[in-house]
Design a protein around this ligand. Sequence first.
Ligand code: OAK
Length: 847
Amino acid sequence: QHCRLGAMSSIGNSRLTDVINVDVPSITKSVVGHVQTSLARAPYNLDDLGAYQAAALSVRDNLIVNWNSTQLNYSRKAPKRAYYLSLEFLMGRTLSNALLNLNVFDGYSESLNQLGFSLEDVIVQERDAALGNGGLGRLAACYLDSSATQELPVWGYGLRYKYGIFQQLIKADDGTQLEAPDPWLEHQNPWELPRLDVVYEVRFYGSSQRWSDGSGRAVWSGGQEVLAVAYDVMIPGYGTKNTNNLRLWESKPKRGFDLQSFNAGDYERAVETSNTAAAITSVLYPNDHNPPGKELRLKQQYFWTAASLADMMRRFKHMEKPIGEFAEYNAIQLNDTHPTLAIVELLRILLDEDEVPWDQAWTIVTNTFFFTNHTVLPEALEVKVFLEFENGNGLIDLDASLEMVGPPHGASTSEAYATAVEKKFPGDRERLARMSLIEEGFPQQVRMANLAVIGSRKVNGVAELHSQLVQSILFPDFVEFYGKSKFSNVTNGITPRRWLDQCNPGLSQLITDTLELPRAVWLKDLFKLEGLLAHADDERFQRRWAAVKRQNKERLAHFVEKMMGVKVDADAMFDVQIKRLHEYKRQTLNILGVIHRYLLLKSMTPEERKKVNKKVVFFGGKAAPGYYVAKLTIRLIVNVSRVINKDPDTMAYLSLFFLPDYSVSLAEVLIPASDISQHISTAGTEASGTSNMKFCLNGGLLVGTVDGANIEIAEEVGEDNVFFFGHLTPDVDDLRYQHTYHPVPVEKKSPALAHVLNTVSSGLFGDEGVYEPLLNTIRQGDYYIITEDFDSYIRALEMVDEAYADRTEWIKKSIRTTAKMGKFSSDRAIQDYAQEYWNVESVKIQD
Ligand code: OAK
């Protein structure tokens, strides 16, 4: 186990000046050097964690060299840059990704072997960087990978949370979810560079004084100042030296102590200031699609946008260009409404600090920003209270931003905008109220989405259908006001580096062999996968394809056995649903379908059962800590699994697992192993979905509703390779109306579903009565139309069973699916943004 560095004495004579560790001797030398000097550990007593840390530090040396020359090149060439502002970056692990992108995976593997370690065991020592909740955060991570790979000068800006998304525990006695903190920085993080020299002061509260010169400019003073300290995370591109930057801000008190209070003997008050400052970046809010109405969240948003803008401004000033050209050199993408305050902050800087006249400042602002919406769910729309905080002052000086620009320039942003709307639609007061930045009431609130729309040059959704709904449901008034051209679509994408090459090396190798192309070629031009179509009928290729899937299923089975102590049958079909728990995503529909299948199996004779397709169902996902119904769904899944996994009549044919603490790293094991995956949101509710793309890229087929990116996936791979079911988006509203105003008992609509619901109510899965609130969401109102879709869902699953029975045909479907996934590379999505939105071009890094 220990004493693994015997090979040390054989370290080659590589020159000390070799910073880039490519060949095995120099890798070994650098790793061993880090063991001794960075970790201060003895080489003869090193465990896997130590080996991970040393290997990571060695890889990081390589990254730093590339990162430095990239940043130097950017500074010298002064291209237009784009900034991706996201409160969430769900990065996962970095070591294996960096090794692949730098093309040194084999070298490190060999070197670690010589040192007595296995790279596989070392890689899993790393904790996920889980600074995100779900789709929106993971998308940001894929986009950074693609931007770096395409050598685009794009930086990410986010927050360095001390605690990422909570760890999910499942209580042994009753199967409920518990949350524990995620202290991911406990071991030092080798992938970040603290930049204690890059610091900005961010002001909160206080008051503003307008200048008396009639310019409308204001000076903002008083209140509390907090320091924003930069931590840079290196983002290596694939097969290029280009290494971009993700800058994460940490909050710090401006003074450790308030000396005045300290001297006055008020110790508690003195440290309190420092506590509140540090609290700003202490934790990622675990809400997905539900904005927390907390003052601290608003503080996070202002802290982050103010620091990021100050940083961009400093970089721009360095270029010595006229301020009027700001938008020619900077594009800012807003990842949902969370960074919307950047709009008013840029306006504030231009007006108050750079003395730009209002009209010109507003033009600069609206040429700089681009806004992406990620959901049409009404509960996700952010509204913020600004003016009602403790000391009677606004959190940020709304007066010096939103309303600041006062009479000399024709009233405030809000008023100027209202005037323009009024002019276009005279007398239409209802429309004016709908389009207003302010939601009237007590207290007044700011509608962040409206502000994001008026402050941006372009507004987009994340799949064709969703972008249509953004226009027709969320912003119809704005489409009329600005015209259609301001609104468009950029369908999401995923990085094939992490989501194929890294998580499924077997398949990657098979594709490389079959296409007879270097993997560096097809991984950068995913449309090349179409070349697989020519081999779909080749039996030898089909066998190899099936063998890869089989290996991945065994890997998952092994993983589950290790984690949960249960054997999993890799001969069975693997059916996977992994995503945040949410009523609109309908994990409930899935678990009710599982119960239906179980009851059916129970009703069969042993002979009949033998003809049934064996299936293992996997669930994974976290519920927001305060989301009662979602947590109840988890509890039901866990308790159903406890019953059916030990039923001797059925356990050979159906088993069920809820895998706790779903993460990016767990997804990397699950996705390559799936035969079928479920994307079964109520039509019109899932903006895009991105795991659907990941499953298909890895040759898994979809069961899904006609929703989000499922639609475009089916367009690419062919409808005969997707198992669609359920009502379509235009029907959903009517069905909801029916259920609300003309309710019909469940047994009338779906006797099968009624039977399942009654079985749950009967207490078969324990906890009699506990699930009633969950069941009642279906029996009453049924907002997500589970009753309406249940029978067609079951039929779709039967068709899956039938199709799977013809294994050769199934493998062909699987091959054809992977072959047609080119469109869903995040490289394509980033190109769309770079060309159609930001107007940024790639910068080749020279040594
Ligand atoms: C999270 C918080 C607020 C608003 C939206 C989200 C979010 O994660 N939305 C998800 O974004 C993904 C990336 O665009 C989409 O694929 C998902 O469909 C969408 O739910």
